[in-house]
Design a binder for this molecule. Structure first.
Ligand SMILES: [Zn+2]
Length: 223
């Protein structure tokens, strides 16, 4: 979005459409790089009114403003390896929704995610990653436990953990955990003021796929 506006006047559908349109431009190599000039910088110096919180992986290939073709002041971005949650991450997301009034939260997973691969490796071998990388892996493992407890599998026909299935479930589980941890966020969704979506991003073509929706964004998950 290129014009200044109060996010509280936008619906979750408006916000999702803006991100969807921006991603289409990026996919078709027609990015407009909006809101990145000196005038926009000056306009925003007094206050920010982002219209979406994007919570994604730290992976260098999945930069939120670039893949959604947005600019300064548009997205309130939180990133951790493997989009794993902790209290400060949830607090940052709540800041975007409750204090800045953003109508949409996007949980952004992607193919070939190193954090998820590391968790799958630990699951298969018992080997732990070094240092505090383990803290990241430890926060992906509950997704696998959750899937197992619900009877759904993450193993392919060869019996190995399927990284595509695991990634998708990790996005869904992150949305679910976020809503269960954050009373403020779930209340905003229940009131229709905010929606939470889970999205998968494909590295090679830049496309995103909607895999989870809480609230109304005018679109249902496709897988
Ligand atoms: Zn990743």
């Amino acid at each position: 979005m290129t014009t200044e506006r109060d996010p509280r006047t936008l619906t979750p559908r408006d916000a999702w459409k803006a991100l969807r349109d921006g991603n289409q431009r990026f996919v078709s190599d027609a990015a407009q790089h909006p809101s990145q000039d000196a005038a926009r910088r000056a306009e925003l110096s007094a206050a920010q009114h982002p219209f979406a919180v994007v919570f994604g992986c730290s992976d260098s290939r999945v930069a939120a403003e670039i893949i959604f073709d947005q600019g300064l002041g548009d997205a309130f971005v939180v990133r951790t390896a493997g989009h794993v949650l902790d209290t400060t991450v949830i607090g940052s997301i709540e800041y975007g929704v409750q204090l800045l009034g953003t109508p949409l939260v996007v949980v952004l997973g992607h193919e070939s995610c190193g954090a998820i691969a590391a968790a799958a490796h630990t699951l298969e071998t018992g080997e732990q990653p070094p240092g505090f990388v383990r803290a990241v892996v430890d926060r992906v493992i509950p997704t696998i436990v959750n899937i197992t407890s619900t009877g759904r599998g993450v193993r392919g026909v060869d019996g190995q953990v399927d990284p595509d299935l695991l990634r998708r479930e990790h996005v869904r589980h992150t949305v679910s955990m976020l809503l269960s941890y954050s009373a403020g966020l779930s209340a905003a969704v229940a009131a229709g003021r905010c929606a939470v979506v889970g999205v998968e991003y494909t590295l090679s073509d830049g496309r995103m796929t909607l895999v989870e929706v809480a609230g109304d964004v005018g679109e249902d998950p496709v897988v």
